[in-house]
Design a protein around this ligand. Sequence first.
Ligand SMILES: Cc1cc2nc3c(=O)[nH]c(=O)nc-3n(C[C@H](O)[C@H](O)[C@H](O)COP(=O)(O)OP(=O)(O)OC[C@H]3O[C@@H](n4cnc5c(N)ncnc54)[C@H](O)[C@@H]3O)c2cc1C
Length: 381
Amino acid sequence: MQNYDYIITGSGASGLMLAYRMAKDSFFDNASILIIDKEKKTSNDRTWCFWENGEGEWDELLHKSWDKILFESNIYKNTIPLQSYAYKMLRSGIFYDKLWNFIDTKNNIRFIEDTVVDIKASTNGAIVETLKSNYFTTKLLNSIDLNKNYTLQKKYPVLLQHFCGWFIETDKNLFDDSTATFMDFTVDQKRNTRFMYVLPISPNKALFEYTLFSKEVLTKDEYEGELLKYLDTKFITEYTITEIEQGVIPMTSYKFWVQNSKNILHIGTVGGWTKASTGYTFKNTSKKTIQLIAFLKAENDFTHFRKKTRFWWYDLLLIDVLSSYNHLGSKLFSTLFKRNSLKNVFRFLDEETSFIEDLRIMLSMPPLRFIVALFRRVLNF
Ligand SMILES: Cc1cc2nc3c(=O)[nH]c(=O)nc-3n(C[C@H](O)[C@H](O)[C@H](O)COP(=O)(O)OP(=O)(O)OC[C@H]3O[C@@H](n4cnc5c(N)ncnc54)[C@H](O)[C@@H]3O)c2cc1C
């Protein structure tokens, strides 16, 4: 069996970012590192958006950035300047290219295209089984969801952020590309949390993404019907669909980290790096991979990697509420944006606020459902 110091299974956002950081850090120059993925991705298979305060590490790769966002619902509408923040769009193709170009210069990092079928902890390491072979490693960083454990439990509700997006191009200039529509809840809610997300890339190009936070995905026809309806209400009738993007992101406070062991760490979405209450993952992955590099240099037992925070509780309560009262999403998010400065909302969602600031934000929300959710949780623990 081939033997490596580190194996990274899955080279999507988290696996590739981690490999890139290892490649850039001379500490790992003498370590043997293997990356396994069923494909070496180079295409625009997803579009990552995230807010960021000031300049950031991925700025040179950005497709577009906005300094204003529009929030809209039947009870609140506002175009909000982002001040020192920007809302940034990064397309995956350029990200994969840049990171692979650098990783490929390193002789100690090898890539194998193969399908992982199982991973197992073993004495002093882990074994990765693929369709073609088996590999031993001292430390395994896994970003592949091999067992979907979070779907097999009932303790933590699982909502899905699911969406279908059309990149469209028009002959006429129809879009104000200085403003991103962050959430437009004026679409028919149909007893769910549903909104349109509109990202104008230029005056005649935009991404329209019909998005839900709910338990069940829709059929292709349902997403497309809603996109057609929305474009119609905006009087956008002549356009070409240049690309389609579809996705499902789990939103849950399931404790992904219980699957970690001394020598196996789950990273990315399967490591719980997706913010449960929003589905945003990319920027967190950026932060977590930096922390992980520092951890790998200093410590040995992956069960110590995760640090408990109070934000896990807040996400849990919001998902509890949205799961029991899925139709309330529009009201909850409207209240959050109406009663708090955007900067504080971003800082809160980035888990950077103090406890006093958290309390202020939580007290600004309609309290009843949260109190009930809190009591239920306390009784269940
Ligand atoms: C369409 C889409 C849009 C998104 N947009 C945003 C956004 O705007 N902002 C944001 O913050 N987050 C967004 N996300 C969520 C999140 O950032 C991405 O899902 C991100 O790619 C997660 O990184 P990851 O490393 O956990 O998983 P992935 O990037 O999915 O990587 C997993 C890798 O494992 C490989 N793999 C899977 N199974 C096997 C197997 N059995 N054997 C070998 N290889 C395997 C895959 O080929 C893949 O390369 C989006 C997600 C999707 C799907």
